[in-house]
Design a protein around this ligand. Sequence first.
Ligand code: NAD
Ligand code: TYD
Length: 337
Amino acid sequence: MRNLLVAGGAGFIGSNFVHYLLERYADYTLVVFDKLTYAGRIENLERARSNPRFHFIQGDICDMAAVREAVQRYDIDTIINFAAETHVDRSIMTPDAVVSTNINGTWVLLEVARELKLARFHQISTDEVYGAIPAPGRSKEGDPLEPRSPYSASKAGAEHLVYAYFITYGLPVTTTRGSNNIGPFHYPEKAVPLFTTNAIDNLPLPIYGDGLQMRDYQYVLDHCEGIDLVLHNGALGEVYNVGTEVETANIEMAHKILDLLGKPHSLIEHVVDRAGHDRRYALDCAKLRALGWRSQHSFDAALERTVRWFVDNESWWRPIKSGEYLEYYRKQYEERG
Ligand code: NAD
Ligand code: TYD
């Protein structure tokens, strides 16, 4: 592993992963290949841009010629695929983009990896592919995939293609299924950064339904370490769950954000629930722990670091919360009442 193409590396987790990998491996060259959709921000990669081992290409993973060109130009041996349309609510409003990018785009990357005989293809997947898991159950890697939203269905579809390329063509693949990430550069349409930035501005925190849905919120760098470990020590063709194995109800998460910011709990506003809202995700991460992995941040520590980052980096998120974002926000939340 020497020259890595990080698809979707200008997004939230991808950019954190790029900074992490550049610091950790002095001999790796990283090429970010990213379409720069509304969620892709070149400024997320500012710290990397002066590094001679970092390159950026603006491109669409659905464009096979552009992907092939990038792989050949930089003599890529490994593709890590973060590129996706990632927001469940947007996938409900307009499912077309999740199908084309998450399924077709993954197929294009696999096809180029097969054609050019790359040494590794790593797929970034999600705990949402298991579907809703009633307590006290936990999802293990061999469990059936029962996705229930257009987003999670597209991620499951992509995973099936990845596995099919391993079985059919012998492509060396690995997959990680991460739980919800929080941390720097998180686009403020997702719950934690949305609630945090709204609270800073004394705006309502829109809680879907009763707010008792459970998510395993992990710090983004813990997820990056898990991916790194699987890339280097994971078995080919295998899937690994990555999470803290501790779930928190959304309403509790919102209360904690308000407490950290010293804001009144009256900012919480219950709004109409998300269609098909999964009540709970919960991972069993024993397989990754067996490789030596440990999550470094408790939920409270992860949330505190995240909230502090948003307080300290208003210049990052304020410009985002304008234009297209406000249009999206109006459509998404006006209907919820
Ligand atoms: P994000 O929305 O912040 O970033 C996605 C990136 O992909 C953006 O930079 C965007 O420009 C790029 N992209 C989108 N379509 C593209 C295309 N057609 N071609 C090239 N680039 C394209 O997402 P994220 O939260 O960083 O998630 C990254 C990956 O991790 C996704 O695959 C997601 O499914 C997975 N994941 C996310 C979470 C989470 O909590 N955020 C949890 C588990 C798994
Ligand atoms: P989100 O950050 O969109 O991640 P995901 O749906 O992929 O888990 O949402 C996290 C949880 O917060 C989820 O249960 C939906 C809920 N939620 C709200 O209650 N209000 C909101 O405005 C948003 C965006 C999410």
